[in-house]
Design a protein around this ligand. Sequence first.
Ligand SMILES: Nc1nc2c(ncn2[C@@H]2O[C@H](COP(=O)(O)OP(=O)(O)O)[C@@H](O)[C@H]2O)c(=O)[nH]1
Ligand SMILES: Nc1ncnc2c1ncn2[C@@H]1O[C@H](COP(=O)(O)OP(=O)(O)O)[C@@H](O)[C@H]1O
Length: 207
Amino acid sequence: MLIKQKGILFILSGPSGVGKGTVRKALFDKDTALKYSISMTTRPIRPGEVEGVDYFYRTKEAFEAMIEDNQLLEHAKYVGNYYGTPRHYVEEQIEAGHDVFLEIEVQGALQVKENFPEGVFIFLSPPSLEELKNRIISRGTETEQLVMNRLKAAKDEIELMDAYDYVVVNDQVDHAVENVQAIVKSEHCKRERVASQYKQLLEVSQS
Ligand SMILES: Nc1nc2c(ncn2[C@@H]2O[C@H](COP(=O)(O)OP(=O)(O)O)[C@@H](O)[C@H]2O)c(=O)[nH]1
Ligand SMILES: Nc1ncnc2c1ncn2[C@@H]1O[C@H](COP(=O)(O)OP(=O)(O)O)[C@@H](O)[C@H]1O
């Protein structure tokens, strides 16, 4: 049996409205072994959302205190609200050998890339900007002005695609989920990862 290794951090990112939440939920419905990192936010809770399931909802003051205390692996202000990833959960799970999955916007993903470059960065792309606009409008959670803000942000975000390891086009949710699962599998088979396991195994057997 191979020696247990640290887990892998997977970051799913991309423009708002592309379907990150939808793809992530469909992925986790498939009983994946990935651990989902629940984010912290200052945005108001939406109908149907649950504290500690969708997000940890905090005041601006409480959120800023966590930033000050270095308790967030990354954080970003997005369309007027803070969003961030609690550091402790991610580090604890990775150390314990579990893969952790983040679903975050692009500025945060770039921060993770700086702080945690060994993460695997997946860009979820819309099939087209027109389809992205349709999705944001059809979700019906934003005013017209917010839809325009989010679309403007999306155009800037798509330009940052180069920083990612993989691009998955969210044409159909099932396809996108299959592709994310394929990425997870392939990362586990990466030569350097498997080779380092064998190296540790040899060291143990020789000692
Ligand atoms: N940087 C960062 N972005 C996050 C985090 N959690 C969620 N987001 C992103 O913040 C954006 C807005 O999220 P939300 O208000 O829930 O709207 P929705 O995902 O578009 O329905 C989305 O792009 C999320 O993926 C986080 O912990 N850090
Ligand atoms: N592959 C897809 N085809 C059609 N509609 C989709 C697809 N993926 C997501 N959607 C729809 O697009 C909207 C935005 O999805 P959501 O998951 O909230 O995006 P994000 O989390 O990236 O902001 C939702 O109404 C969702 O049902």
